[in-house]
Design a protein around this ligand. Structure first.
Ligand SMILES: C[S@@+](CC[C@H](N)C(=O)[O-])C[C@H]1O[C@@H](n2cnc3c(N)ncnc32)[C@H](O)[C@@H]1O
Length: 283
């Protein structure tokens, strides 16, 4: 377990739940669910004990909740079983989502973005872009600079939030909202920004990075490799796949490729010969 995971795990270990873990979804996400937008294939990034994933799943979405903390994931799985709600919960790092082969239509982030430092923010946004399809929405609520004092997480300014998603995304709205919290210094709420951020459809021409899974002939194990997809124009159906490894190594491995998640694409792929793969992707 990494130090970061260990720290988060500790917050789910104490007798009193952490401030954010209120045993029910945030009112802002209940409103979103009621408006019908938490739909399709949904990722709850930094899901904690799973309230928002379970909220979306109870309304028919196909949900995966991920968190660095094993304890949080155990609690989320237990809640799902107790409530008879079908949602999948996995320990995973939101900074490297691309390695799993997932694709989503919708992302929920309640309280994750604000835990990252400047460098991690960039990694997180790139990581989200690798799994959220074009036109998909990210619903993100983070701590706001309108919250006075210095307790708790780093405060985020509205312009910082918009800037983090400037490239390849469009910010539909950022509105003032509140987190319901287990009371700190007597207050049951903390000031927040609630953002709706959409993955743009228009930047899909050119090269799109994708990840692929490679199966070696001898061990039959799938491992992650990277490739890139040439799209002559937005929405095109085409592509070739190049494995980052040298041809000699690929030939030795006699790998075959399985293209899992050029975000938002339907894809098919196969082996063309030693070291070469093919893929067809369409939107
Ligand atoms: C403030 S809590 C919010 C939890 C949950 N979304 C909620 O509303 O109750 C932030 C969560 O993000 C998780 N987390 C922190 N860094 C993470 C990362 N890199 N990848 C996945 N989860 C992470 C923590 O373990 C914690 O559960």
């Amino acid at each position: 377990m990494t130090a970061r995971a260990h720290d988060w795990d500790a917050s789910y270990q104490s007798a009193a739940p952490p401030p954010w873990d209120i045993g029910r979804p945030q009112p802002a996400f209940v409103r979103l669910a009621e408006s019908g937008v938490l739909a399709g294939r949904v990722l709850d990034a930094g899901c904690g004990t799973g309230e928002h994933a379970l909220l979306a799943a109870a309304r028919g979405a196909e949900v995966i909740g991920i968190d660095l903390s094993q304890r949080a994931i155990w609690q989320a799985r237990r809640k799902a079983a107790e409530r008879g709600v079908s949602a999948r919960f996995e320990v995973a790092d939101a900074l490297s989502l691309g390695r799993h082969g997932w694709a989503f239509d919708t992302v929920i982030d309640s309280g994750l973005f604000h835990v990252f430092d400047d460098e991690q923010r960039g990694q997180y946004v790139t990581s989200l872009a690798s799994v959220l399809g074009p036109g998909g929405n990210c619903y993100l609520m983070c701590f706001s600079d309108r919250e006075p004092g210095v307790w708790g997480p780093r405060r985020v300014r509205e312009d910082e939030l918009a800037a983090a998603f400037a490239d390849g995304w469009s910010t539909t709205s950022i509105t003032a909202d509140t987190f319901a919290i287990n009371p700190i210094a007597g207050s049951p709420v903390a000031q927040a920004w609630l953002a709706t951020i959409r993955r743009e459809r228009t930047r899909l021409s050119g090269f799109v990075m994708l990840n692929a899974l490679r199966q070696t002939a001898d061990t039959q194990q799938w491992t992650v490799c990277s490739g890139r997809l040439r799209l002559p124009r937005a929405g095109a159906t085409v592509a070739t796949v190049m494995c980052r490894s040298s041809r000699a190594r690929c030939a030795a491995w006699r790998h075959r490729l399985r293209i899992g998640f050029a975000a938002g694409f339907r894809s098919a792929a196969g082996t063309e010969g030693p070291g070469c793969g093919w893929a067809v992707a369409s939107r």
